[in-house]
Ligand binder design. Structure first.
Ligand SMILES: Nc1ncnc2c1ncn2[C@@H]1O[C@H](COP(=O)(O)OP(=O)(O)OP(=O)(O)O)[C@@H](O)[C@H]1O
Length: 319
């Protein structure tokens, strides 16, 4: 559905050149849900804007839904939907009218556009809002209207640029439920950008991690987390017990990166399989006369992946 080769975009900026996207090579199959994940300024929106023909690449090539983004931008636009970061609806427009106008822009007859508008209002549970002004909808409803507008011409492929930014947790979850349903019912390919690590982890089949304009990792969330060396085990002891605990757990063969906190009561270590190592860990602590007060095992997160690859946390870079 998408094939890019060495896709690059630079911008002139005060006598220098910003390399917003550097040599993107990407193949996305039909029906995939791919998330671009990266800190502010990583090049996610620029990538999307090139793939949706809103921005010409400086060099490299790409086909989207079978059409070349430079030679046949109209062909690309006919086959894709795009939901940008801002709201798409015009001021003073009613919800159904806005959808019908959008359908007419895509060459539908009035009747066809009205039927499609009603279909989408039902699909995105906006039927109750059809005659209200778009600007008076809640944030979550406005975002669903943006998605409906991107879908009016039945595209095979939908691009969403930070679809859930600014929504409260309930509206975010609700938006994702709708998107999952659209995918299940219509078999669409979805490409989105997000800052939210948990979101990329939960909804994406595949995550492409971008940093400074280049892809630094590409795989399923589980594959990416497999790059981090093991689960994190955190244990607490009575004050002053951490050093003895650290010495005891260091003897476990799969334990590494053992670290006793300055508070004297917390020890962190990495092990291959946290759940499997717990009995051995407890035995080792018992033999050293240390009684743990709490024990926690954490699977790696996508933030750990980013930290492992770049030495920085995505959370630090993201507001
Ligand atoms: N029109 C432009 N002119 C100059 N520089 C630009 C332009 N558009 C983007 N950039 C720069 O290109 C880089 C990538 O920006 P881009 O918007 O693609 O990042 P992003 O990953 O989408 O970030 P965010 O998550 O903040 O939206 C940034 O350094 C940005 O300042």
């Amino acid at each position: 559905m998408i094939h890019t080769r060495a896709l690059t975009r630079t911008f002139p900026a005060r006598g220098t050149t910003v390399e917003a996207v550097r040599g993107l090579d990407l193949d996305v199959g039909a029906g995939e849900l791919l998330a671009f994940l990266g800190p502010n300024g990583a090049g996610k929106s620029t990538s999307l804007r090139m793939l949706t023909t809103l921005l010409r690449p400086t060099s490299g090539s790409a086909t989207v839904a079978g059409c070349d983004i430079v030679a046949d931008p109209r062909g690309v636009r006919r086959r894709i939907g795009y939901v940008g970061q801002g709201h798409s609806a015009g001021v003073g427009q009613r919800v159904r009218d806005e959808l019908v106008t959008q359908g007419r822009c895509h060459g539908m007859s009035g009747g066809e556009a009205r039927t499609r508008a009603d279909e989408l209002l039902a699909l995105l549970e906006l039927d109750g809002t059809a005659d209200r002004e778009a600007a008076h909808l809640s944030g979550g409803q406005q975002r669903r209207l943006d998605v409906a507008m991107g879908l009016i011409h039945r595209p095979d492929l939908l691009f969403l640029d930070e679809p859930s930014t600014g929504l409260d947790p309930h509206s975010r979850a609700n938006l994702w439920e709708h998107i999952a349903r659209l995918r299940a019912e219509q078999g669409m390919t979805l490409v989105l950008t997000t800052h939210y690590l948990d979101e990329a982890d939960a909804v994406a089949d595949r995550v492409v991690v971008i940093d400074h304009g280049a892809v630094i990792a590409d795989g399923t969330p589980d594959e990416l987390k497999g790059k981090v060396s093991g689960d994190l085990v955190t244990l607490t002891t009575e004050p002053g017990g951490a050093r003895r605990a650290a010495e005891a757990v260091t003897r476990i063969p799969s334990a590494h990166d053992v670290d006793a906190d300055g508070d004297g009561a917390t020890v962190r270590l990495r092990v291959e399989r946290g759940d499997a190592v717990l009995p051995e860990l407890l035995r080792a602590l018992g033999a050293a006369g240390v009684e743990p007060l709490t024990l926690q095992v954490q699977r790696p997160t996508l933030d750990d992946v980013f930290l492992t690859l770049t030495g920085r946390s995505l959370r630090e870079d993201t507001p």
